[in-house]
Structures are given as structure tokens and as C-alpha cells.
Design a protein around this ligand. Structure first.
Ligand SMILES: [Zn+2]
Length: 78
């Protein structure tokens, strides 16, 4: 019987800070609480981040969009 069901933790997580929506990455620390950071490096308390199972949401934080490589396709200037 293989009833073991491991859910992927790789769902997109979002965090709405009231102004913009951030994209989150979650990290698992050694035994202890899960730590979540947005891609722009804000720490999010577990429970504050949310995910949408059947929908996507626009990330409106510029820094997160850049970090995720989904910023608009303008050529980068160095
Ligand atoms: Zn952000």
C-alpha cells in the first residue's frame, strides 16, 4: 500500500503587503519554523503568504518581478 502522498512545496507563494504583491520563495530551515522570503528579500511570517491553487496573480512588486526574471522584456542596459 503506498498511500503516502507528498505534496510539492513548489507552489508559487505570494505575499500582499497591502501595497504590492510580492512573489515568495520558501525555504525550509533545519527543524524549526518554515521561513519564507519574498524574492526581494523581505521576510514573511508563515501564514502571511498565500497561494492560489487554480489561478495566477500578478506580482506587482518590481523587485520581485526582476528577481523572478519575469519583468517586462525590455533589454537590459548595463
Ligand atoms: Zn517584492
Amino acid at each position: 500500500m503506498s498511500d503516502i502522498h507528498i505534496e510539492a512545496i513548489v507552489v508559487p507563494l505570494y505575499y500582499d503587503d497591502g501595497k504590492v504583491v510580492h512573489a515568495c520563495e520558501s525555504y525550509f530551515m533545519h527543524p524549526g519554523p518554515e521561513m519564507i522570503r519574498t524574492k526581494c528579500d523581505k521576510v514573511v511570517l508563515p501564514g502571511e503568504a498565500f497561494t492560489l491553487s487554480n489561478a495566477t496573480i500578478d506580482v506587482t512588486c518590481d523587485a520581485c518581478r526582476k528577481a523572478a526574471g519575469t519583468a517586462d522584456a525590455r533589454p537590459r542596459r548595463w
